[in-house]
Design a protein around this ligand. Structure first.
Ligand SMILES: NC(=O)c1ccc[n+]([C@@H]2O[C@H](COP(=O)([O-])OP(=O)(O)OC[C@H]3O[C@@H](n4cnc5c(N)ncnc54)[C@H](O)[C@@H]3O)[C@@H](O)[C@H]2O)c1
Length: 360
């Protein structure tokens, strides 16, 4: 088992444990961080049928009372109505109602972690929760760092909180059941860590021909990504400084997602296109070594990811920038790269960024 310690002030630190098969013995791990009796598993319709029973069994064996609340899989559930239905399930008297002493287990991808985490942050003004992420994106990114949220009609993740889990239990074996497209989607975030701050990781990924080779190195890949995120979150938990580095490709990615009405592209696919485009812009503006965008695009394409989403109409970009949490007033902080492994933050007027991005 590989263990990472996330150190945060106020006793809010926690461990990230990475081990094949840890899901089937999650009860004993959760026992180490929670002394209560009642656990509510929150999961989606796909993950629940694959892993819900194994998790419930392990928790019961460890002596917990267990209930499960399942929601329909997909981003469309990650909103206020979805959240209210989670509260309803948690509070329903069958088989027992959750109380302030209970704990939530978020079992699933980023949608589950974000929504169950937000429910944990708000139910009874906050009860503890544990993340058991089951997509690559959730294992290397969303389950670590304590950002929890639901979407509003005005934009993604606009109602949320910073609320850290008690533990993160990562079982790389769960990735075996992921559809190729969902696996590839998480790979965009993995590549992002390499481009942003780890040329060695980028080289490791470049040496993998496809999913099979990646799976052989998966524990190491997840560990490296989580460690990078841990370091950034420890420096800047509330996302006002260095944590913004993690948004490489995300500002344009969000515009692509919105343009495609959240149907054309999955999150990582949009980030893949956004990352390549921002590197191209970096090259055009003289910030980025020539050839970087091409090198990154080739790797992403080998992993089956799209790298070109076309021009962004300025109207769509303006809408995204209006709700961009990385901006304040007329300014925005974007992430650029000098070369592979050397990302940096660059603050600039939104209007100027729009001109760059829309090629005006
Ligand atoms: N909190 C953060 O810091 C953060 C960071 C990045 C992304 N996010 C959020 O994460 C979400 C995207 O996460 P995601 O891509 O994991 O989406 P997701 O949770 O919807 O999972 C994608 C699909 O894979 C299925 N699935 C999950 N695990 C599976 C498994 N092991 N086997 C088979 N199928 C499985 C799910 O049912 C779903 O259909 C977005 O809402 C995004 O905003 C949050």
């Amino acid at each position: 088992m590989s263990i990472l310690q996330v150190s945060l002030p106020g006793g809010r630190g926690y461990q990230i444990s990475i081990e094949k098969g840890i899901l089937r013995r999650c009860g004993e791990e959760i026992r180490k961080v929670y002394s209560g009796t009642d656990i509510c598993i929150v999961t989606d319709s796909n993950v629940g049928s694959l892993y819900g029973e194994a998790v419930a069994c392990s928790l019961k064996e460890a002596g917990f009372r267990v209930k499960t609340v399942t929601f329909p899989a997909g981003e469309k559930s990650k909103n206020m109505e979805g959240l209210v239905s989670l509260y309803d399930g948690m509070l329903s008297p069958e088989p027992f109602p959750m109380t302030r002493g209970g704990l939530i287990v978020a079992l699933g991808g980023g949608v589950t972690g974000d929504m169950a985490g937000f429910a944990a942050a708000t139910l009874f003004r906050g009860i503890p929760f544990v993340q058991i992420p089951t997509t690559l994106l959730a294992q290397v990114d969303s389950s670590v760092g304590g950002k929890v949220a639901v979407d509003l009609k005005q934009g993604k993740n606009l109602a949320g909180a910073f609320y850290q889990p008690r533990a993160v239990l990562i079982d790389p074996d769960t990735l075996c059941t992921l559809p190729d497209r969902v696996f590839g989607d998480g790979l965009a975030e993995v590549v992002k860590y390499g481009v942003l701050g780890d040329a060695e990781l980028f080289a490791l990924l470049s040496g993998c021909a496809g999913r099979k080779e990646l799976m052989e190195r998966m524990e190491e890949i997840i560990f490296t990504c989580c460690d990078a995120k841990r370091a950034i979150v420890e420096r800047d938990e509330q996302d006002t400084g260095d944590r913004m580095l993690l948004n490489l490709g995300h500002t344009l990615g969000h515009a692509y997602e919105k343009l495609g009405n959240y149907e054309t592209y999955m999150h990582g696919e949009a980030v893949s296109c956004g990352m390549v485009r921002i590197l191209e812009i970096g090259e055009e503006q003289g910030f980025t070594c020539p050839g970087t965008a091409k090198q990154v695009a080739e790797l992403l394409e080998r992993f089956g990811l799209p790298t070109k989403a076309g021009e962004i109409p300025s109207q769509a970009l303006r809408q995204v920038l209006a709700y961009d949490k990385k901006g304040s007033g007329g300014e925005i902080t974007i992430v650029l790269c000098k070369e592979i492994g050397k990302g940096f933050l660059h603050k600039m007027p939104k209007a100027e960024f729009s001109r760059w991005a829309c090629g005006e």
